[in-house]
Ligand binder design. Structure first.
Ligand code: S3P
Length: 418
């Protein structure tokens, strides 16, 4: 792609693509429900297309018109399917749980990056419900065999919405009650949508209980993704003023705003409203002088996908930042502790890896430089922000991976991919 040049000022109003987590769930749950659901402002990124492909293979009917999807569900999944989950951790993990409750056999697989990501974290808790889920040395391909499930108490070791959701989706088909307890609360879109679809599900703090339930299709109006808005919010803080419209501000996702509070970033939430069970707002961010912060594990799940970008902001903040309790970053689309540290250092910053996070010594200015995305969409987009805010800019190698979650990211920045 063309070289990314630094900009003296970055201002504008932005409409961002639909939320990835909400879109996945709206497609998957409507695909396994009775009746139909219309999804508006759906994210048409590659990951959500993987969920569409899998749900079609299982028997759901999905019509696409721009960012509107009409899903006609199939409560009974087709047997013996091979489900290609592409690069998508959310697709493979949630679907493993959903399929495990359907008394069918299935194979779930993905690309090279997905095949390197841990799957035992899903197989083990599902086995407590009586599911038969075999991994390939802890990874994909994953093989599900038919079993009748029973409710169980599942105490998760890690705070992961993907694992929690997999157990809840299996729990929908289990006799008795399934109880999932998380060490720290992770994003709760699955719980909200299941309740809207008529599931017998109760939430009490970090504990969720679900009983055997059939789902009814629902319409979902997807808010814009705070994880995608984050790049434009960061550019506002570094370089001027940005307004991101209609962004989902579910409290399990707004860790970046807590990080902004600590960093001293100036932001305002406008037009707050709740629609379809998810709160949204326009987020105005203005240029701010930032100070170093200390982030620990309790805040990590609510900002997990934003941590590479937050680390970059800390590279521009005054003082030494410490981010810990974020070991999960090592098992994302890339090892994001390694790739984020490399990104910041290539731009001329000073970032040291910790086993579970970073130490970042802030500098008023970063010179700029070239960065490899390692085919990780969040690394590619964080690098673009860093280059725009740097003194000389740089080049991103393998930038096309941003299509996973934000297909027109570079166009929105006024840049051409090729
Ligand atoms: C997601 C949960 C998070 C996040 C991922 C999307 C989801 O993963 O990193 O991008 O939609 O449930 P973990 O639950 O594994 O932390």
């Amino acid at each position: 792609m063309e070289r990314i040049s630094p900009r003296a000022c970055f201002e504008g109003e932005f409409s961002l693509p639909g939320d990835k987590s909400v879109t996945h769930r709206a497609i998957m749950l409507n695909g396994g429900a009775d009746g139909e659901g219309v999804i508006t402002n759906a994210l048409m990124g590659e990951d959500c297309l993987s969920t569409c492909r899998c749900m079609r293979a299982l028997g759901a009917k999905i019509d696409v018109d721009g960012t509107t999807l009409r899903v006609v569900g199939t409560p009974r999944f087709r047997r013996g399917t091979k489900l290609n989950c592409g690069n998508s951790g959310t697709t493979i993990r949630l679907l493993t749980g959903f399929v495990a409750g359907k008394e069918i056999d299935a194979e779930l697989y993905g690309d090279e990056s997905l095949s390197a990501r841990p799957m035992k974290r899903v197989a083990e808790p599902l086995s407590l419900l009586g599911a038969d889920v075999k991994t390939t040395d802890g990874h994909a391909p994953v093989y599900v065999s038919p079993k009748t499930l029973h409710g169980a108490d599942v105490a998760l070791q890690i705070a992961s919405a993907q694992v929690k959701s997999a157990v809840l989706l299996a729990g929908l088909s289990a006799d008795g009650e399934t109880r999932v307890i998380e060490p720290i609360k992770s994003r709760d879109h699955t719980e909200r949508m299941l309740q809207a679809m008529g599931a017998d599900l109760r939430v009490d703090g970090n504990e969720v209980r679900v009983k055997k339930s059939a789902l009814k299709g629902v319409d979902v109006c997807v808010p814009s993704d705070i994880s995608s808005a984050a790049y434009f919010m960061a550019l506002g803080a570094l370089k001027g003023k940005t307004l991101c419209k209609n962004v989902g501000i579910n409290s399990t996702r707004t860790g970046i705003l807590k990080a902004f509070d600590l960093l001293g970033v100036n932001y305002t939430l406008l037009n707050r409203q709740v629609s379809g069970g998810e709160e949204r707002a326009d987020i105005l961010v203005e240029k701010s002088d930032m100070r170093a912060i200390n982030l620990t594990r309790e805040l990590v799940p609510s900002m997990i996908d934003e941590l590479p970008l937050i680390a970059l902001l800390c590279a521009f903040a005054d003082g030494e930042t410490r981010i810990t309790g974020a070991k999960e970053l090592r098992v994302k689309e890339s090892d994001r502790i390694r790739t984020t540290a490399e990104l910041i250092n290539n731009l001329g910053g000073d970032c040291e890896e910790l086993p579970d996070g970073f130490i970042i010594r802030g500098r008023e200015k970063l010179v700029g430089g070239d960065v490899d995305s390692y085919l990780d969409h969040r690394i590619a987009m964080t690098a673009a922000v860093g280059m725009i805010a740097s003194q000389t800019g740089g080049r991103i190698y393998r930038p096309e991976c941003c299509a996973i979650s934000f297909p027109d990211f570079f166009e929105k920045l006024g840049l051409k991919l090729y």
